[in-house]
Design a protein around this ligand. Sequence first.
Ligand SMILES: NC(=O)c1ccc[n+]([C@@H]2O[C@H](COP(=O)([O-])OP(=O)(O)OC[C@H]3O[C@@H](n4cnc5c(N)ncnc54)[C@H](OP(=O)(O)O)[C@@H]3O)[C@@H](O)[C@H]2O)c1
Length: 267
Amino acid sequence: MKQTILVTGASSGFGLLIANKLHESGYHVIGTSRNPDKYKATLPFKLLPLDIADDHSIASFARQLFSEINQLDVLINNAGYLVTGLAEETSVELGKQQLETNFWGTVKLTNELLPYFRKQKQGKIITIGSFLGLIGLPNVAYYSASKHALEGYFKSLRFELNQFNIKVSMVEPMGFKTNIGENAIASNGGISDYDVFRQKMDAYTKKEFDKAAGPEPVVNTVLKIMNEEDPKFSSPVGKGSSVILTLQRFAYSVFENTILKRVNGAQ
Ligand SMILES: NC(=O)c1ccc[n+]([C@@H]2O[C@H](COP(=O)([O-])OP(=O)(O)OC[C@H]3O[C@@H](n4cnc5c(N)ncnc54)[C@H](OP(=O)(O)O)[C@@H]3O)[C@@H](O)[C@H]2O)c1
């Protein structure tokens, strides 16, 4: 029997690529978008409405999902967005919205689907975190906080779901070319003490986005996890990820100074 895979945020970026690839590989794919009508006609897989920042949307989505399917094999928590801006210059409101979607939205959707997974006594939950859930960088404090929070949450959940044969994993991509930059929400600045650093940071961020690689390695990592009997918890993806994590662990000041040097040298 065909496995059924749910991919949240399947209208763009990683989610779109993952959903397309799984559909082509013969899986029964269900994707989600806040505006499915905008994309439906061009996609070969089913797209259902879901806004993970809206409790009612999550509840009605789950009702619709399970009126259409009897079994869910894999949940791919991919939906999310990026808030950029220096921490002190970013309003707490913007920060709360970031966590409301990236952390709480992902947690609430997972919780809504868990009773079905437990009943089945099998399943996989793969969450697209971020390399910024493993390290911190300037200009992305709330995004980084939302992704660090996911790491902690799913580490705990993995222990608890082990008894039900439900496997919990995370994928932590570095920067890859998707629409995340275009869809990002930037805070407005406003504290003149930060003017020089902010300009350098903007130049550094632009450089990083420009040199980002295509998203295929992330898609391949998700597919690998799907096909493993006992996938590991964490899968960082991206050039130099292991070196950076080793530096952070064993030589934090080297890691920190390298980042500051790069930001200060950007223009
Ligand atoms: N690109 C990177 O470099 C990178 C690196 C690390 C982690 N990530 C993570 O990868 C995931 C996918 O991002 P992407 O890079 O592919 O960006 P993207 O191209 O902007 O795609 C984001 C997807 O998330 C959906 N989405 C956003 N807010 C949502 C909400 N409130 N409810 C439901 N769906 C929502 C969007 O769907 P609709 O607008 O159609 O609703 C869209 O399909 C995110 O979790 C992101 O944090 C990306």
